[in-house]
Design a protein around this ligand. Sequence first.
Ligand SMILES: C[S@@+](CC[C@H](N)C(=O)[O-])C[C@H]1O[C@@H](n2cnc3c(N)ncnc32)[C@H](O)[C@@H]1O
Length: 378
Amino acid sequence: MNMAQEILDNSAYPMVGGDGPYSYARNSNYQKESLDSAKKMMNELIDQHLHPENHLHSMNPFSNSFRVADFGCSAGPNTFHAVHNIIEAVENKYKSLRMEADMPEFHVFFNDHVNNDFNTLFRNLPATGRYFATGVPGSFYGRLLPRSTLHFAHCSTALHWLSKIPVEVTDKNSPAWNKGRIHYTGAAREVEDAYSTQFGKDFDLFLRARAQELVPGGLMMIVAVGFPDDVHICESSLGENFNVLGSCFLDMAKMGIITQEMVDSFNLHFYYPSPSELKTLIEVNGLFEIKKIEKLVSSIANKRVLLDVDACILHLRAVLGELIKEHFGEGVIDILLERHREKYIENPILSDERYIKEASYAVFLKRKIRVTSRRNSI
Ligand SMILES: C[S@@+](CC[C@H](N)C(=O)[O-])C[C@H]1O[C@@H](n2cnc3c(N)ncnc32)[C@H](O)[C@@H]1O
């Protein structure tokens, strides 16, 4: 795929836009909590690994701009918190080195799919004048910015979105055909393997693209949703949630509201890696030094979002509404979520804190200055 094709890639259904009651902007507290818990660590890691005295940002002697990009920014407001935290940490570092006079100007690139609600994003841009803002449409699984121009890459709660559903999962002749299910949770081993392979390929593309865009020594913070090494998704409330959602689709097929064929061909694009999986994939990719991979502490407020049935239904609608509308048509989402709501209340796993096993992992990377392996020249 060339760069122009990537930028025009329209095959994704982003979060519900605008700032109405069903919008992502109003139903993304869960993701905001992850950013909040990553803030202190990001501050410390930027303090340790950013070296302004090496003139990281002085490729051009006439400009001292420090360029930050948020990949998978959605329509706000979380991306503004993330950007605020990054800029504050960089400024702190300059101040601690008594380099206030060299304080850079900040240029922030907001990336998401072309059909993201960039209008809402830019309408709500904080009026602090602290940075110059630019929208960058396109898939983050390809190149989006010129070579060696970026100083800090950020990506939060977005990499579990695969670039596509693995083909085997919808192929009737494959052992990985996921008939009657909408996710790999509880499915045959082959289905999970197909998802995991797709995640590996996608993550490698993401790292390669960022390695080209970042300056040598440039930094990257990823907040990824995943499961601890010893936990399988099917033991968790998240996995159970997908099973229940799948069963609601099957009920609707039995009632004749949608067809069985529609259910069989629908799969959610999400894959949740373990920290060891992330570590192995980053090492095999070879373009980044791993500075830290750490589980973020989940706050009580975060758990409340997951356990409160109304918040959970609103969150599902904000994240999956567009995707479901595209596949099943208008009108299905209300019936689906009402059914899901009833089953949620009946199912003890979904409202029991002990089954919240997914976690957010902060992954802090530094773009290698020199890459020795031939596979990985930047
Ligand atoms: C759950 S939202 C997270 C938004 C924001 N980072 C936050 O923390 O609230 C995931 C976002 O990633 C975007 N996304 C998913 N895959 C993407 C891709 N390949 N390229 C660009 N954006 C993508 C989605 O469109 C969505 O807006």
